[in-house]
Design a protein around this ligand. Structure first.
Ligand code: GDP
Length: 548
């Protein structure tokens, strides 16, 4: 078992201790960028707010999800999510904790926005998984974890809601191990639950943190700590429970995995914490784990070469585009993950797809609640670039070098609708709206080569509702979506340009161009897709598209 000393030795370097690190490298090394993932209702929003509270970024809970102030959570920008109570948008928050700069990315919990979630996860270095301990592993947890798996993202787990009657803790660990196929290393262990929830025992520090129903005020966040599980003070407090508890802890120590940093970083093992987000309980331990164990930004593949976070020259990529984040700012924000160097306000950076310089003077960051103008940013940070539709998901930026960061995909949609409008005079607005929504990744838009109605493709059916709503409110277009006979889409490419041309002509009724200008084949059914692939062996059919 690990002593507190070893525990410390595990930590990544904080800010530069030696002069050997350059300022840029030191700034990158103290960044921690993570996403928070969960099945809806597990407590993601509550925990996000409490993380901000503990970091001192906000003084009173309720600032984010303002139950008291009547405001909505920072992540609840869109009308539709207020109506449905789900997070459509992914928000970004930055705060300082200890000597670190933490970037926290919210992800949409609803499965219909999984494509968006996937792209958010390409921008982080770790993930915090929240589980409702009364329910255990739920459907969306499984999906999200599989997405993390694709990139071997390290995962920290929080078992939430111990102030309620929840399931047996060992059973929960077992479920995580078996269903999510990841080893669990409990770092804290709950003492009781519901009405008899006493606190948690920190297995590594040999400390008991006593539970108290939480206050939402920042300077009242300390709970009493008792050193040592054999401390007589515990017997005074809980005379009837301690014997049983000590036995349980022996059992847990014997039966569970030890924390292993290598395995955590490889996404094979998750440190598990227990607590109650709504009571602020167990939250500080998670924050400590994230800054101590989660990795700083690592080198990224930019096609031509790997780019190291400590490089002096700035680079980054756009993983998300969001409109209407704030009714006061009716522009679109491109969310960029900084991959290297230093971003400085007003600097020129090259938009590599368009080979055009942009002067980034109004780039914003996301401090807890408000947008603020960024003065500087480093690898791991997320910055927002206001734009009028010329930036697309997957675009790379640099100080001039032709980089193209990889791994920011679009997925072949599985649901399709054709679009009609009631008022034909609005056709221009419809096209403009769909073009923009397509570029944002809200939905995929296909323009059939034979001139038929536009086709929308989605991964989840709610995406269509969002698009219909936004067409109406933002573009004044009332669109009607009809079911259509399309089974799936494949992006197509071919080394032989003439052959691709022949392909397009021969299959004019099945090919279309998407919002980024890429050619796609829309197959009416599986058999048709197979046959077409057989007939055109030199044409490659792609299930994902990365960059235009
Ligand atoms: P999200 O959908 O994952 O963002 O979940 P929310 O943070 O909105 O929480 C869902 C519900 O669970 C809300 O009613 C919260 O008040 C409640 N909740 C969150 N954390 C706790 C907790 O620790 N204990 C209890 N009893 N309820 C909680």
């Amino acid at each position: 078992r690990l002593s507190p000393l070893q525990f410390k030795a595990f930590s990544f370097p904080g800010p530069p201790m030696s002069d050997a690190l350059t300022a840029v490298a030191g700034e990158a090394a103290r960044r921690r960028t993570f996403a928070i993932i969960s099945h809806p209702d597990a407590g993601k929003t509550t925990l996000t707010e409490k993380l901000l509270l503990f970091s001192g970024a906000i003084q009173m809970a309720g600032t984010v999800k303002g139950k008291k102030s009547g405001k909505f959570a920072t992540s609840d920008w869109m009308e539709i999510e207020k109506q449905r109570g789900i997070s459509v948008a992914s928000s970004v928050m930055q705060f300082d904790y200890r000597e670190h700069v933490v970037n926290l990315l919210d992800t949409p919990g609803h499965q219909d926005f999984s494509e968006d979630t996937y792209r958010v996860l390409t921008a982080v270095d770790a993930a915090l998984m929240v589980i409702d301990a009364a329910k255990g592993v739920e459907a969306q947890t499984i999906k999200l974890l599989n997405v993390c798996r694709l990139r071997t993202t390290p995962i920290v787990t929080f078992m939430n809601k111990y102030d309620r009657e929840v399931r047996d803790s060992l059973e929960l660990l077992d479920e995580v191990e078996n269903v999510l196929n990841i080893r669990c290393a409990p770092i804290t262990w709950p003492i009781g639950m519901g009405k008899t929830f006493r606190g948690v025992y920190h297995l590594m520090n040999d400390q008991v943190m006593l539970f108290e129903a939480g206050q939402d005020i920042a300077d009242q966040l300390v709970s009493e700590v008792i050193q040592g599980i054999d401390n007589p003070r515990l017997d005074e407090l809980f005379p009837l429970e301690m014997a049983q508890l000590r036995m349980e802890i022996e059992l847990v120590k014997g039966a569970s995995n030890e924390f292993d940093l290598e395995a955590f970083l490889a996404g094979e093992l998750t440190p598990v914490f227990f607590g109650s987000a709504i009571n602020n309980f167990g939250v500080r331990e998670i924050l400590n784990a994230l800054v101590d164990w989660a990795p700083p930004p690592s080198p990224r593949d930019a096609s031509v070469r790997m780019v190291d976070p400590s490089e002096e020259k700035f680079s980054g990529f756009v993983f998300k585009i969001q409109a209407n984040m704030d009714p006061k700012h009716r522009d679109r924000i491109a969310f960029m993950r900084v991959c290297s160097g230093r971003f400085e306000r007003g600097m020129k950076m090259k938009h590599l797809r368009l080979n055009r310089d942009i002067a980034a003077s109004s780039v914003v960051t996301f401090m807890a609640h408000d947008r603020e103008i960024v003065e500087e940013a480093f690898a791991g940070d997320i910055i927002g670039i206001p734009n009028h539709g010329n930036i697309q998901i997957g675009d790379s930026f640099s100080e001039g070098e032709a980089l193209q960061f990889t791994g920011i995909p679009f997925f072949a949609p599985e649901l399709f609708r054709s679009v009609r409008i009631r008022n034909p005079l609005k056709i221009k607005q419809l096209h403009k709206g769909l073009q923009q929504l397509g570029e944002e990744g809200a939905v995929q838009v296909f323009k059939p080569a034979n001139g038929a109605d536009l086709i929308l493709g989605a991964v989840g059916v709610l995406q269509f509702e969002v698009v219909a709503h936004r067409l109406q409110t933002e573009y004044g277009v009332e669109a009607v979506f009809d079911p259509c006979q399309i089974y799936t889409a494949r992006w197509v490419s071919c080394d032989d340009a003439r052959m691709l041309n022949d392909f397009e002509k021969a299959l004019v009724n099945n090919v279309a161009i998407d919002a980024a200008g890429s050619l796609a084949y829309l197959a009416p059914n599986r058999v048709n897709l197979d046959l077409t692939q057989e007939r055109w062996p030199k044409v490659v059919f792609h299930e994902t598209r990365e960059h235009a």
